[in-house]
Design a protein around this ligand. Structure first.
Ligand SMILES: Nc1nc2c(c(=O)[nH]1)N[C@H]1C(S)=C(S)[C@@H](COP(=O)(O)OP(=O)(O)OC[C@H]3O[C@@H](n4cnc5c(N)ncnc54)[C@H](O)[C@@H]3O)O[C@H]1N2
Ligand code: MOO
Length: 401
């Protein structure tokens, strides 16, 4: 049986994927969203030369020689500029953020002024231009300040607000319908029958989808019955899901019906069976405009395949470059034997040694049903197909979890 290499499968999966369409999100809804278009500033900021301190707007020439006394002729609070002009020997009381009045070129901070009624004497001569923020200090109108690909955070949203964007163009969040399959499964919180277990993959994959910026849609659990399964799949289509993720039923057993049922509904199969461990039965295809990703049922296989395939798919749909799961270099904390034809993702602890190197030490048991070990893992050691045996201390690539 031939197995497709991981890199080839990933390339196939992503080859026809573009960023989804653009929608507009309010500033209070845009945190964490993917910016869809360049944002040009709608304003110059500050729009006028402004005081950076509370004090007096003065003419530097008047005070440069020392011993100056100035006449305070008016006041400029923030939001209310002084409309007149500062002439020789004059000053305007000014507050942080107010426009610098005509004629003035410098701010004398109030700590360095001694005020007596309408006159001030200068205690410390300021530099020319002190505490004046020139117009456009922060940014200029029409300047491109935010550019995709970009995941918007508080810093970007504050800037977008300052540019006067109440609505931000963002990439629509991919909708991911998640369908578990198997007679043996019940939902978390339900009472399992004697031969049943709790369905766990859904919770992990849904969290991954949300983390990546998608919206997860729970299609529940389908029993191993083709008619029921077909009904659940139709719900994904009706819901206009961008991606349908099926969990389990991807392998070769008599009750592994997912591919057959999807095939009858017209799915165009992209690939099935990958040279990887865990995750061999991974399947992908397209049903109309919906991408289908058939993840294997074993819980660790499901989550590792999610990390390696679903996450890059979501990233590409959001317009991000799909390489955030780029491997890091580490050294092995233990000898490992040679690998077979499947690329291995070995669950391992991860720590930093005194020289600052990452050390990855594999767990002895690697069964793909063991979620407790995955939860304890700090990394997955990547072992390419047919990699030779390696001893402790030698270099390896890891995916940090
Ligand atoms: N004869 C062969 N048998 C199997 C092969 C094979 O090549 N030849 N592949 C094995 C591999 S590798 C994997 S991985 C599994 C995956 O098979 P399926 O995708 O068909 O998954 P199921 O058979 O439905 O379930 C496998 C296992 O996982 C449990 N499961 C399923 N869904 C969930 C869920 N949502 N939450 C928690 N646990 C789940 C299920 O109860 C089974 O124990 O096939 C091997 N077999
Ligand atoms: O590939 Mo399966 O995912 O080894 O358990």
């Amino acid at each position: 049986m031939s197995l497709m290499p991981v890199a080839e499968a990933l390339e196939k999966l992503l080859s026809d994927v573009d960023a989804l369409d653009t929608e507009f999100a309010g500033l209070d809804q845009a945190n964490g969203r993917a910016l869809a278009e360049n944002l040009l500033s709608r304003r110059t900021q500050p729009p006028f030369a402004a005081s950076a301190m509370d004090g007096y707007a003065i003419r530097h020439l008047d005070v440069a020689g020392g011993g100056a006394q100035l006449e305070v002729i008016g006041e400029a609070p923030a939001g209310h500029g002084y409309t007149g002009s500062v002439g020789i020997g004059q000053a305007v009381r000014i507050f942080t953020g107010a426009p610098l009045p005509d004629g003035a070129d410098t701010i004398l901070i109030q700590e360095n002024a001694n005020r007596q009624e309408s006159r001030i004497s200068v205690l410390e001569i300021p530099d020319k231009g002190a505490f004046v923020r020139p117009a456009g200090l922060d940014f200029q109108k029409d300047q491109v300040l935010l550019t995709p690909p970009l995941k918007l955070t508080y810093r970007h949203l504050a800037l977008a607000a300052a540019m006067n964007y109440p609505l931000i163009p963002v990439v629509r969040r991919p909708k991911v319908a998640i369908l578990a399959t198997g007679d043996e499964l019940v939902r978390p919180g339900d009472e399992p029958g004697p031969d049943q277990i709790i369905a766990s993959n859904h919770a992990g994959i849904a969290a991954m989808v949300e983390d990546c910026g998608g919206i997860s849609l729970d299609l529940g659990i389908s029993p191993d019955d083709p008619v029921e399964l077909a009904g659940h799949v139709r719900r994904a289509i009706t819901a206009r899901a961008d991606i349908l993720v099926t969990l389990g039923g991807a392998s070769v057993g008599d009750h592994d019906l997912v591919q057959e049922v999807l095939g009858r509904q017209g799915m165009d199969l992209a690939f099935w069976r990958i040279a990887m461990r865990p995750g061999k039965p991974l399947m992908a295809g397209k049903l109309g405009t919906t991408k289908v990703l058939g993840l294997p049922g074993n819980p660790v296989s499901s989550l590792v395949c999610g990390l390696l395939f679903l996450k890059p798919l979501l990233q590409k749909m959001l317009g991000y470059s799909a390489d955030t799961t780029a491997p890091k270099q580490a050294i092995l904390g233990q000898d490992i034997p040679e690998n077979d034809r499947r690329q291995d993702y070995i669950r391992a602890t991860l720590h930093e040694d005194p020289d600052g190197r990452l050390v990855a030490t594999p767990f002895t048991k690697q069964d793909s049903s063991m979620l407790a070990l995955l939860a304890k893992s700090g990394a997955l050691i990547i072992r390419p197909p047919h990699a030779p045996a390696q001893s402790a201390g030698s270099g390896t690539e890891v995916l940090v979890l």
